[in-house]
Ligand binder design. Structure first.
Ligand SMILES: Cc1ncc(COP(=O)(O)O)c(C=O)c1O
Length: 95
């Protein structure tokens, strides 16, 4: 199930996620967009209260931090991308 974005940050929020949770929800995947992290404090609080693991999609937030904690290090696991169009592009395409 997809969750909409917050028009202020273009990231998802715990409130938007909460509105879509069902008994069948097995995993929450916040997608950190445009070099900024979603509000992982409230997302992890929601996820932990429901016993649902979080996997961060950090493809577009390499090096970004949320309250000092680096993107891709806050959930149970996370994913990155080394595709040249991502935030890492200025360092080369990792090819
Ligand atoms: C947010 C996000 N996640 C994942 C991916 C997938 O990355 P890759 O093509 O390196 O697997 C992309 C690629 O566009 C992306 O923008």
């Amino acid at each position: 199930m997809f969750v909409d974005s917050d028009p202020e940050t273009f990231n998802t929020t715990a409130e938007l996620i909460a509105s879509k949770l069902t008994a069948k929800t097995k995993l929450i995947i916040p997608v950190h967009l445009f070099g900024q992290c979603a509000d992982m404090t409230s997302i992890l609080k929601l996820a932990n209260s429901k016993g649902i693991p979080v996997m961060e999609d950090s493809a577009q937030s390499i090096g970004a931090r949320h309250h000092g904690q680096i993107s891709c290090s806050m959930g149970l696991t996370g994913t990155l991308s080394f595709f040249p169009s991502k935030n890492l592009g200025c360092f080369g395409d990792a090819a």
